[in-house]
Design a protein around this ligand. Structure first.
Ligand code: SDX
Length: 437
């Protein structure tokens, strides 16, 4: 392909060597990141589809919410570096930023916090919904079901063409996820549901709904609350990852926001995505001791062995995931603050990271620890059970999903998502009656 050097009309010309036909497509450039070839007319002008399993080199949309520079380990939310948000902001402020595009004024922040706080309650009928699950149901199964069922309760925020209803649905989703998650955990423990308290902050409320019981006052540990709030910030949004793309694709048909978020939760659950934080803890427990690390690193390199180093690798980051650095620092500080002197899992994780990052296989493939590598160790230190790790990820990522969903609905170029394929099945053939087979 030749790239036109003309600055204002950059384009790419495709020449079909079999027919000699040529077609030219414009190059679009954004604020940051690689330019894109606008191939919307490719099939009409050439009769060809593109082929890109996993969308490794395919931009599915235009977005102004989050930017990732994978080569340099950069993550920006509406232009603000994740390091600065994690250090200076709080989760609800990041929610406001992701939803509205700008940091709130003090008055806007107060009003937003009030709105979210006053949407944390669930319709009381929903509490009966939980009773249909077995007590040993995985909390992510409960999250998929209960969130999908919200559209059966909140009919006044389902008209996606009404910006006001979209914002109410967005606030409801962000606000109710901690309550739904807390109740999922309580249900698995056979303990009564704890209702949200409007005098508590987002992270405090979440921790109280997870761990309080009606029998005694629950004392909020400010270190744990601050750590939880920071972890929620680190997981809030991440461009067009698998679960966000799922939400966008579901939403592109006009499905209601609650159903779309439920689809996002289902996608996040996979061990290649948000389920990795739970898988990392299980992997570290399987490795058990630093002396076993070399054996497991070799397993991860063996193509005939399905074992992967969970928490390692990333489709976009070919350098350190900036969230991982913050997570690692948070890990050390929260363990110190909680007086946890030696955490064998942390020692094991750090030794595994050291060995892997010195190994040619990982260096060559630019496989670095991702956000899920340390999160499980912190969650465990906070007293969160392993089965709830991905649920926490879903609670945080809901704001990213819903911000991206709003952006998609408002996008004038928005169409229903309907990818094509390279068909390699049977050519047309005649039906054979069973008597002749
Ligand atoms: C998240 O997309 C996002 O932004 C996601 C996320 C977010 O915030 O939304 O960042 C959250 O999902 C983080 C990723 C969590 N998943 C894991 O930790 C699971 C383990 N990682 C792998 O499954 C994998 O690295 C992926 C899924 C994360 C990325 O897969 P890719 O981009 O499709 O890369 P690949 O599978 O093509 O790997 C390239 C090579 C392959 O080897 P070769 O065929 O070139 O010889 O690297 C190898 C892979 O076999 N490889 C690994 C590995 N990850 C990739 N080998 C061993 N262990 C691993 N973890």
């Amino acid at each position: 392909m030749s790239q036109d050097s003309a600055a204002k009309n950059a384009s790419v010309t495709i020449r079909d060597n079999t027919t000699g036909k040529e077609a030219t497509f414009p190059i679009l450039t954004g604020t940051e990141g690689p330019p894109v070839i606008d191939i919307r007319r490719l099939y009409a002008e050439t009769g060809y589809f593109t082929y890109d399993p996993g969308f490794v080199a395919t931009g599915s949309c235009e977005s102004a919410i989050t930017y990732i520079d994978g080569d340099n380990g950069v993550l920006l939310h509406r232009g603000y570096p994740i390091e600065q948000l994690a250090e200076n902001s709080d989760f609800l402020e990041v929610c406001y930023l992701l939803l509205n595009g700008e940091l709130p004024t003090p008055a806007e922040k107060t009003e937003f916090d009030y709105r979210i706080t006053h949407h944390t309650m669930l319709h009381e009928q929903l509490s009966y919904f939980y009773r249909g699950f077995r007590r040993d149901a995985h909390p992510m199964a409960i999250m998929c079901g209960v969130v999908g069922a919200l559209s059966a309760f909140y009919h006044d925020s389902l008209d996606i063409s009404d910006p006001r209803q979209r914002m109410i649905a967005s606030h409801r989703m962000i606000a109710k996820m901690p309550t739904i998650a807390g109740w999922a955990y309580k249900y698995s423990q056979g303990q009564p549901f704890i209702y949200p308290q409007n005098n508590l902050g987002f992270a405090e409320n979440f921790l109280r709904m997870l761990f309080a019981t009606p029998c005694e006052d629950y004392e909020i540990n400010p270190v744990i609350a601050k750590t939880m709030d920071r972890i929620l910030i680190l997981h809030a949004d991440h461009e067009q990852n698998a679960s966000t793309s799922t939400v966008r694709l579901a939403g592109s048909s006009g499905a209601n926001p609650f159903a779309c978020i439920s689809a996002g939760i289902a996608s996040l659950w996979g061990p290649a995505h948000g389920g990795a934080n739970e898988a990392v803890l299980n992997m570290l427990s399987q490795i058990g001791h630093t002396k076993n690390i070399p054996e497991f690193v070799e397993k991860a390199k063996d193509k005939d062995d399905p074992f992967l180093l969970m928490g390692f690798g990333h489709r976009v980051y070919k350098n350190f995931d900036p969230r991982t650095k913050i997570m690692r620092e948070t890990c050390h500080s929260v363990l110190k603050e909680l007086g946890i002197k030696d955490e064998p899992l942390l020692d094991l994780a750090m030794e595994l990271e050291r060995i892997a990052l010195e190994d040619e296989y990982f260096i060559e493939r630019k496989l670095y620890p991702n956000v899920d590598f340390y999160s499980g160790i912190i969650f465990q230190a906070l007293g969160i059970p392993t089965s709830m790790f991905t649920v926490l990820f879903a609670v945080a990522r809901t704001v990213g999903w819903i911000a991206q969903w709003n952006e998609m609905v408002e996008d004038p170029n928005q169409k229903i998502g309907r990818p094509r394929q390279l068909y390699t099945g049977a050519a047309k053939r005649e039906y054979i009656p069973v008597s002749k087979r």
